[in-house]
Design a protein around this ligand. Structure first.
Ligand SMILES: [Zn+2]
Ligand SMILES: [Zn+2]
Length: 282
């Protein structure tokens, strides 16, 4: 048994960060099978079926349906509410690479702040893989050298890699990175994301502007209809596209002042905002 334990300790380790906001589950795919599909793709890319794959589903999870989060968490993927894009991701990767300097990482995202190849230049020891949603390719600027050992199209990765058999998952692990809160049931986690306590913490971390007229600070990205502060424009657009915001808006008088970003189609805005992010960083 000691030999088996030693083999386990020597098995390659891969960390996967899946951005739920930009890489949604392709139509017709069972959310519970995603972990097995990713694991299968990672095993093939590494060339080792015994590699240990640890997965995290990240992003702004406030508006992802609770039943979907539940299925993902129960399959053994850790949920992390981390709405600050690349800023959050780089911290997670930094920690991972410190613990597994010659390990493997895979980032699945269509958010340029997360998949900008220049962000990965310093991680020389880790082998890096990336997956983008169909139609998205961060081709500009070209990286100085090959940063990613392999790049995938997200939808193809899922459909081309049948879910491999995965060991029984431990109890769900759900983390709110903003509040530094950990939950072992998805129900408690989603209740937390809707709580006043969570919102108060959010008010404390979002960027603010100083209003000379009132001599007070106010969140730069804010929905007055729901009294919701967002971390950036992209998160405000996610909020404006949410059912919660639409419901609150409908409850208001028709002549009531509209939230500024409702002047455009929020879903079109989301795509616009992602492209703008890439243009700015380029
Ligand atoms: Zn929280
Ligand atoms: Zn709102």
């Amino acid at each position: 048994m000691a030999g088996r334990g030693g083999a386990l300790a020597r098995a390659p380790r891969a960390g996967v960060w899946w951005d739920l906001n930009t890489c949604t589950i392709p139509d017709g795919i069972d959310p519970s099978s995603i972990r097995g599909c990713i694991e299968s793709a990672v095993h093939k890319a590494i060339g080792c079926r015994s590699s240990i794959v640890i997965m995290y589903a990240i992003g702004n999870l406030e508006y992802i349906p609770a039943d979907l989060l539940d299925k993902i968490a129960l399959s053994g993927i850790t949920l992390i509410h981390a709405p600050c894009g690349g800023k959050d991701l780089i911290q997670f990767l930094d920690q991972w690479c410190g613990q597994h300097p010659s390990g493997y990482i895979m980032v699945i995202s269509g958010d340029y702040t997360m998949v900008n190849p220049h962000r990965y230049k310093w991680m020389k020891e880790c082998t890096k893989f990336c997956a983008y949603p169909k139609g998205y390719w961060p081709t500009t600027p070209p990286p100085p050298s090959q940063v990613f050992a392999k790049e995938f199209v997200w939808e193809t990765l899922v459909t081309d890699n049948p879910s491999c058999a995965i060991e029984g998952a431990d109890e769900p692990l759900c983390i709110c990175d903003i509040c530094d809160a950990v939950y072992n049931t998805c129900n408690e986690f989603t209740t937390h994301l809707k709580s006043e306590q969570h919102r108060e913490t959010l008010f404390g971390i979002v960027p603010v502007d100083f209003d000379l007229a009132t001599m007070s600070e106010w969140p730069r990205y804010f929905c007055p209809v729901c009294n919701y502060p967002a971390y950036d424009e992209y998160n405000l657009l996610l909020h404006n596209a949410s059912e919660e915001h639409t419901r609150k808006l409908a409850e208001k008088e028709p002549q009531a002042e509209d939230c500024q970003s409702r002047k455009r189609n929020p879903l079109e805005d989301l795509s616009y905002e992602r492209n703008k992010k890439q243009a700015i960083i380029s």
